[in-house]
Ligand binder design. Structure first.
Ligand SMILES: Nc1ncnc2c1ncn2[C@@H]1O[C@H](COP(=O)(O)OP(=O)(O)OP(=O)(O)O)[C@@H](O)[C@H]1O
Ligand SMILES: [Mg+2]
Length: 252
């Protein structure tokens, strides 16, 4: 079951009249890490946000083409966006815990869904904290305000919050860009473990990071997906001159 978690065909996306994504064709397989790289402004975040229709939140935007996520056309007018966002979680560049307790951060998705069963909530809290290796550090600190945690803990808590409701796909937009090298290494180890259970799509400015953690890499430029292939191929022997120029640092 390694195909078809995300399938895009001739996907275009517009902010007003500006076309930010151009004829994107993409096939993302399950339980893999897929990295999106490319210079600033090439459309990486836009592509990521279209995948769970967070892009809807920007007014006067429009998408065309086909985008199937978990086998369903997410632009279908009857499609339930809330359901999509439960299945496709997101982690952002800067850790963004809510200014509330660790516990409330973790059960947020359940509160929205109206789940009140304390057993269910406790189980989700423990499981998600264990998944990000924070259980032993935070089990006794569930009442603490999350914004007081270190940046590393905050970002891991945000990942735990995303996985608490058991999504299928986790989107990460430069999740390490505000972290130091040690915290970055921890998040990378975490991503490596999480792919056993989740499909991960990560935007990164760091080509080293993409090379370290992903199986597949997409190189984007000016809204186009120039090349999408195994990470080894992209970094060792890309087909496109523009990919090679980018990864060898000829432009950035
Ligand atoms: N809300 C918006 N309204 C209008 N244009 C936008 C909006 N968000 C992004 N854009 C434009 O769309 C293009 C792609 O932006 P996007 O943020 O997806 O790029 P990116 O590859 O993530 O860049 P970075 O590496 O700097 O994060 C850019 O030209 C950007 O200016
Ligand atoms: Mg971005």
């Amino acid at each position: 079951m390694n195909a078809g978690v995300v399938e895009a065909k001739s996907l275009n996306f517009y902010y007003g009249t500006f076309q930010a994504l151009k004829e994107i064709n993409l096939d993302i397989g399950a339980n893999r890490v897929t990295a999106l790289i490319g210079p600033s402004g090439c459309g990486k975040s836009t592509l990521l946000r279209v995948l769970n229709r967070m892009s809807d939140l920007v007014p006067e935007t429009r998408a065309t083409g086909l985008l199937k996520v978990l086998g369903r056309d997410i632009f279908d007018p009857g499609y339930d966006v809330n359901d999509l966002r439960r299945k496709v979680g997101m982690v952002f560049q800067h850790p963004n815990p809510f200014p509330d307790s660790v516990y409330e951060n973790l059960v947020f998705g359940f509160r929205i869904a109206g789940v009140r069963d304390r057993e269910v909530l406790w189980q989700a809290v423990e499981e998600s904290l264990r998944a990000v290796d924070l259980w032993k550090d935070l089990a006794d600190r569930l009442d603490e305000n999350a914004v007081g945690l270190s940046p590393d803990f905050q970002q891991r808590l945000c990942i735990a919050r995303a996985i608490a409701i058991k999504p299928k796909i986790i989107l990460m937009d430069e999740p390490c860009s505000s972290l130091d090298p040690i915290a970055t290494e921890k998040i990378e180890e975490l991503i490596f473990r999480l792919k056993e259970n989740y499909t991960i799509v990560i935007v990164t400015h760091s080509m080293h990071q993409a090379a370290r953690i992903s199986e597949m890499t997409g190189f984007m430029l000016l809204g186009e997906l120039i090349e999408f292939d195994s990470t080894k191929k992209i970094f060792r022997n890309p087909c496109e001159q523009r990919t090679e120029d980018y990864i060898t640092g000829k432009f950035g």
